[in-house]
Design a protein around this ligand. Structure first.
Ligand code: ATP
Ligand code: MG
Length: 160
């Protein structure tokens, strides 16, 4: 069997000192957002995924307070384009969530930010931006913007 072609992966690392800088990165990324985009926020508990989502929302012109949607799975906000904020931490079975339409067609109208997206494993599409946050507590964060989809390279530019 022929080997699967390996897509080149592009990445850029941004370092932040403090939550405000992570929110500012989120706001810069929001400038690149288009309907249908998927951003996967990956990092330990307290890494700063929700902080980044807050800044992203500000960048979309959303004035609502963005908090962790842990208990509702998904919160929708109205901005320049809709923002769907998901948190899969409490998901027992990612397959069930997909079957239940957790990531559904409505989201094509906006940009989806998914905390703990790695729980979906192989079910994640290649067309996505991974935002991998390394560090917790008072440590500086190393935030890696990573994609294998050329259409998402605009986020690497926006994050600079
Ligand atoms: N450079 C930084 N970037 C982001 N957050 C930082 C930074 N430095 C300190 N913090 C603090 O770390 C915490 C990050 O919390 P946040 O809720 O964003 O994490 P999370 O990754 O969403 O966690 P969870 O997995 O529980 O949802 C905040 O209290 C924030 O003030
Ligand atoms: Mg969170």
């Amino acid at each position: 069997m022929p080997a699967q072609p390996v897509l080149p992966v592009h990445e850029r690392v941004v370092r932040t000192l403090g939550a405000a800088e992570t929110r500012a990165l989120g706001a810069r990324l929001a400038a690149a957002a288009r309907p249908g985009d998927l951003l996967c926020l990956v990092g330990d508990l307290g890494a700063g995924k929700t902080q980044l989502a807050k800044g992203f929302a500000q960048g979309l012109g959303i004035t609502d307070i963005v908090s962790s949607p842990t208990f509702v799975l998904m919160t929708e906000y109205a901005g320049r384009i809709p923002m769907f904020h998901l948190d899969l931490y409490r998901l027992d079975d990612a397959a069930d969530a997909l079957a239940g339409g957790l990531i559904d067609e409505r989201q094509l109208e906006g940009v989806a930010l998914v905390e703990w997206a790695e729980r979906l494993g192989e079910a994640l599409p290649v067309a996505r931006l991974d935002v991998v946050i390394d560090g917790t507590a008072d440590e500086p964060r190393a935030i890696t913007l990573r994609t294998a989809d050329p259409a998402y390279l605009r986020y690497l530019e926006a994050g600079a």
